[in-house]
Design a binder for this molecule. Structure first.
Ligand code: FES
Length: 131
């Protein structure tokens, strides 16, 4: 069977069909209050890298505390190199745009306070790269 011309509406305009699946539009999405990105970059070259400086342990400590507090509107995400490798482990909190350097697992409580209450860890704030 050979397909013929597509049906047209009464005004001769071709009917539009959506190629976008909109069936998820009614899903409940929790807004994100703050998002912490922690560099976990690893290098085999011997150059400084946050991944070899304990960033994985830091992430685990932050996530454990967030779970204990029931915080569901903040996110923690490991990421690649943020730039200031010599100051690692480094991290940044958005949307605040607060950059951190020299973090240790002992900073987990402070980072959780920042994520939930918006109070930065003043002692670990660093200038954003390129500023
Ligand atoms: S390796 Fe972490 S900032 Fe570059």
């Amino acid at each position: 069977m050979v397909a013929g011309p597509q049906p047209r509406s009464s005004d001769s305009t071709p009917k539009k069909t959506s190629l976008i699946d909109t069936s998820h539009r009614h899903a409940i999405v929790t807004p994100v209050r703050r998002h912490l990105f922690v560099c976990t970059n690893a290098r085999s070259s011997g150059k400084p890298a946050c991944g070899a400086s304990g960033s994985d342990v830091l992430i685990a400590e932050v996530q454990r505390r967030l779970l204990a507090r029931g915080a569901t509107d903040v996110l923690v995400t490991p990421c690649g190199c943020l730039g200031p490798c010599f100051d690692g482990p480094t991290a940044v909190v958005y949307p605040d745009g607060v950059w951190y350097g020299g973090l240790t697992p002992d900073d987990a409580d402070g980072l959780v306070e920042h994520l939930i209450d918006g109070k930065p860890v003043e002692a670990k704030i660093m200038e954003p790269p390129g500023s």
